[in-house]
Design a protein. Structure first.
Length: 119
Protein backbone atom coordinates (compact mmCIF):
# COMPACT_ATOMS: atom_id res chain seq x y z
CA UNK A 1 0.00 0.00 0.00
CA UNK A 2 1.27 3.42 -0.90
CA UNK A 3 0.42 6.60 0.96
CA UNK A 4 0.62 10.16 -0.27
CA UNK A 5 -0.03 13.12 1.97
CA UNK A 6 -0.16 16.65 0.66
CA UNK A 7 -1.76 19.38 2.73
CA UNK A 8 -5.21 18.16 3.71
CA UNK A 9 -5.25 15.37 1.13
CA UNK A 10 -4.67 11.72 2.03
CA UNK A 11 -4.33 9.19 -0.78
CA UNK A 12 -3.89 5.41 -0.49
CA UNK A 13 -3.12 3.12 -3.43
CA UNK A 14 -3.51 -0.64 -3.09
CA UNK A 15 -2.14 -3.60 -5.03
CA UNK A 16 -4.32 -6.47 -6.26
CA UNK A 17 -3.35 -8.57 -3.23
CA UNK A 18 -4.21 -5.75 -0.83
CA UNK A 19 -7.61 -5.21 -2.45
CA UNK A 20 -8.26 -8.95 -2.10
CA UNK A 21 -7.28 -8.76 1.58
CA UNK A 22 -9.70 -5.88 2.09
CA UNK A 23 -12.48 -7.98 0.58
CA UNK A 24 -11.68 -11.12 2.58
CA UNK A 25 -10.22 -9.88 5.88
CA UNK A 26 -11.25 -6.22 5.95
CA UNK A 27 -7.82 -4.93 6.93
CA UNK A 28 -4.53 -3.85 5.34
CA UNK A 29 -1.63 -2.12 7.07
CA UNK A 30 1.84 -0.95 6.15
CA UNK A 31 4.59 0.62 8.25
CA UNK A 32 7.47 2.97 7.58
CA UNK A 33 10.33 2.80 10.06
CA UNK A 34 12.00 6.12 10.80
CA UNK A 35 15.13 6.79 12.83
CA UNK A 36 13.31 7.32 16.12
CA UNK A 37 9.82 5.95 15.54
CA UNK A 38 7.45 4.14 13.20
CA UNK A 39 4.44 5.39 11.29
CA UNK A 40 1.74 2.88 10.42
CA UNK A 41 -1.09 3.46 7.98
CA UNK A 42 -4.05 1.17 7.58
CA UNK A 43 -7.30 0.71 5.75
CA UNK A 44 -10.08 -0.90 7.79
CA UNK A 45 -13.50 -2.15 6.67
CA UNK A 46 -16.29 -1.10 9.04
CA UNK A 47 -20.03 -1.40 9.47
CA UNK A 48 -20.23 2.40 9.63
CA UNK A 49 -21.75 4.66 7.02
CA UNK A 50 -18.94 7.14 6.30
CA UNK A 51 -15.36 7.03 5.08
CA UNK A 52 -13.22 8.76 7.69
CA UNK A 53 -9.62 8.99 8.85
CA UNK A 54 -7.98 9.34 12.22
CA UNK A 55 -4.45 9.54 13.64
CA UNK A 56 -3.63 7.97 17.02
CA UNK A 57 -0.50 6.43 18.50
CA UNK A 58 1.48 6.94 15.25
CA UNK A 59 -1.19 5.15 13.17
CA UNK A 60 -3.20 6.73 10.36
CA UNK A 61 -6.43 4.74 10.09
CA UNK A 62 -8.89 5.11 7.23
CA UNK A 63 -12.20 3.41 7.95
CA UNK A 64 -14.43 2.47 5.03
CA UNK A 65 -17.97 1.05 5.04
CA UNK A 66 -18.27 -2.57 3.95
CA UNK A 67 -20.55 -1.73 1.00
CA UNK A 68 -18.03 0.79 -0.37
CA UNK A 69 -15.23 -1.80 -0.13
CA UNK A 70 -17.32 -4.48 -1.84
CA UNK A 71 -18.44 -2.17 -4.66
CA UNK A 72 -14.87 -0.98 -5.27
CA UNK A 73 -13.11 -4.32 -4.90
CA UNK A 74 -15.54 -6.34 -7.01
CA UNK A 75 -15.86 -3.95 -9.96
CA UNK A 76 -13.70 -2.03 -12.42
CA UNK A 77 -14.11 1.06 -10.24
CA UNK A 78 -10.66 2.66 -9.84
CA UNK A 79 -11.24 4.32 -6.51
CA UNK A 80 -13.50 6.22 -4.17
CA UNK A 81 -13.19 9.48 -2.32
CA UNK A 82 -14.67 11.26 0.62
CA UNK A 83 -14.37 14.58 2.36
CA UNK A 84 -14.18 14.74 6.12
CA UNK A 85 -14.70 17.89 8.11
CA UNK A 86 -11.83 18.60 10.49
CA UNK A 87 -11.01 21.51 12.78
CA UNK A 88 -11.72 25.16 12.04
CA UNK A 89 -14.02 24.45 9.10
CA UNK A 90 -11.27 22.72 7.12
CA UNK A 91 -11.80 19.56 5.11
CA UNK A 92 -9.65 16.45 4.75
CA UNK A 93 -9.88 14.91 1.28
CA UNK A 94 -9.52 11.10 1.34
CA UNK A 95 -8.87 9.13 -1.86
CA UNK A 96 -8.41 5.35 -2.05
CA UNK A 97 -7.45 3.81 -5.40
CA UNK A 98 -6.27 0.63 -7.04
CA UNK A 99 -2.57 0.95 -7.94
CA UNK A 100 -1.76 0.68 -11.64
CA UNK A 101 1.36 -0.29 -13.53
CA UNK A 102 3.24 2.66 -14.97
CA UNK A 103 3.09 3.10 -18.71
CA UNK A 104 6.87 3.65 -18.69
CA UNK A 105 9.11 0.95 -17.17
CA UNK A 106 10.84 2.32 -14.07
CA UNK A 107 12.58 -0.92 -13.16
CA UNK A 108 10.23 -1.64 -10.24
CA UNK A 109 8.37 -4.87 -9.52
CA UNK A 110 4.84 -4.11 -10.69
CA UNK A 111 3.64 -7.71 -10.96
CA UNK A 112 0.93 -7.20 -8.30
CA UNK A 113 -0.36 -3.93 -9.74
CA UNK A 114 -3.39 -3.53 -11.97
CA UNK A 115 -3.06 -3.09 -15.72
CA UNK A 116 -3.68 0.57 -16.58
CA UNK A 117 -7.08 1.51 -17.96
CA UNK A 118 -7.20 1.62 -21.75
CA UNK A 119 -9.09 4.91 -22.02
Amino acid sequence: MKIRIKGNTLRLRLTQTEVSLMLSKGYVQDIIELASSKLAYELVRTNGTDVHADFRDNVITVRVPVDVIHNWGNTELVGFEANQEVSDGKTLSILVEKDFKCRIDRGEDESDLYDPPTN
